[in-house]
Design a binder for this molecule. Structure first.
Ligand SMILES: Cc1ncc(COP(=O)(O)O)c(C=O)c1O
Length: 355
């Protein structure tokens, strides 16, 4: 603790990203990255974005991100005024706390979920309450009918991968017309169902998505928020009070092509879903409980060997997965879905470990 720190950061526990070790080459199944490359069209756009000899880089990028917002609006059949983009969905979540959450009632989110929500709530001194998930890790929908100052639900949830049907999202929206309800759809493309069609009906719905997972662009940091014009304007007010240029020229150019290249997107998703289903079946055969996942990762627990031991032994064999030493999930591992080859190495190692 330094005497120079503000009160806001003295007591927070910052988010810990999954490790990115450099000591040797690992099979990385710990940060839910996409194992396949981004659209070749996005790669061409990246090569061109700087201009010859980099002359375009002299100039600031478009602060309104017009072209990308129009491309996303076309994709989702929305108006561009219903689309906002930012530096990864993490930034959009942070902006949302500033834009929408300052009621006297607590913001609600699940107790087992993306841990950044808790960090933002602490940083921005927002009152919050964690809603305990049911024992099977499903979302207790009615608990979100209680008085609140906002709601965040990831769908599918992380790190469980569990999906909440849209009819449940809709009942949460109906019962919360005075609060902003954020549905974090970081993983929706891997078999979930987007709530985007509900935007017309519910002015309190904000959907947040990312290019980091299904579009293989985690390294460029691009997120999108979709919702009613008023919500988008709220986010824009925050952005233009912090940093008008949150997305650089390279990221903007790549994202436009990535969202347009539906063929590449669908092929990549299909491969990941097929691998997920195959690996899940094989894990069940060797004594794992595998939570039904609609994401690009699985959440698993072994009937006899503790997750912490499996985690360490996999790491010794050069395979990184994610272990959370937290209440209720400390006997689970979150395993990102890699290529078939990577997952075969994972399965081979895990068989040696548990059998
Ligand atoms: C549920 C959830 N939301 C948001 C994010 C942030 O994604 P990004 O900032 O890369 O868009 C993640 C990243 O892992 C996530 O798991």
């Amino acid at each position: 603790m330094s005497k120079y720190w503000s009160k806001a950061i003295r007591n927070i526990k910052p988010y810990t990203p999954g490790e990115q070790p450099k000591d040797m080459k690992y099979i990385k199944l710990n940060t839910n990255e996409n194992p396949y490359p981004p659209s070749p069209k996005a790669m061409e756009a990246i090569a061109k974005a700087a201009g010859e000899a980099g002359e375009n880089l002299r100039l600031y990028p478009d602060p309104t991100c017009e072209e990308l917002r129009c491309a996303i609006a076309d994709y989702y059949k929305l108006e561009k005024q219903q689309v906002f983009v930012g530096n990864g969905s993490d930034e959009l979540l942070a902006f949302s706390f500033l834009a929408f959450f300052d009621s006297d009632s607590p913001v609600l989110f699940p107790d087992i979920t993306y841990s950044f929500y808790r960090v933002y709530a602490s940083l921005f001194r927002t009152d919050y309450r964690e809603v305990p998930l049911n024992d099977d890790f499903s979302i207790p929908v009615e608990a979100f009918f209680e008085t609140n100052g906002g709601i965040i639900i990831p769908n599918p949830n992380a790190p469980t991968g569990k999906f909440l049907p849209l009819r449940d999202i809709e009942s949460i929206l109906e019962r919360n017309e005075n609060s902003v309800v954020i549905i974090d759809e970081a993983y929706v493309d891997f078999g979930g169902e987007s709530a985007v069609a509900l935007i017309e009906k519910y002015p309190n719905l904000l959907i947040i998505q990312t290019f980091s997972k299904s579009r293989s662009l985690a390294g460029l940091r691009i997120g999108m928020a979709l919702g009613n014009n008023d919500l988008i304007e709220g986010l824009d007010r925050v952005k233009n009070s912090i940093n008008s240029y949150t997305l650089d020229r390279i990221a903007l150019a790549a994202a436009v092509q990535a969202i347009k290249d539906e063929k590449h997107f669908e092929e990549t998703i299909r491969k990941i879903i097929n691998t997920r289903e195959r690996v899940s079946k094989e894990l069940v055969q060797i004594g794992f409980k595998v939570i039904d996942s609609r994401a690009n990762f699985i959440f698993i627990s072994h009937e006899t060997m503790h997750a912490r031991d499996i985690f360490k032994r996999l790491r010794d064999r050069g395979i990184l997965v994610r272990y959370f030493n937290e209440a209720r999930i400390d006997n689970y591992l979150r395993v990102s879905i890699g290529t078939d080859e990577e997952m075969d190495s994972f399965l081979k190692a895990i068989r040696e470990i548990v059998i």
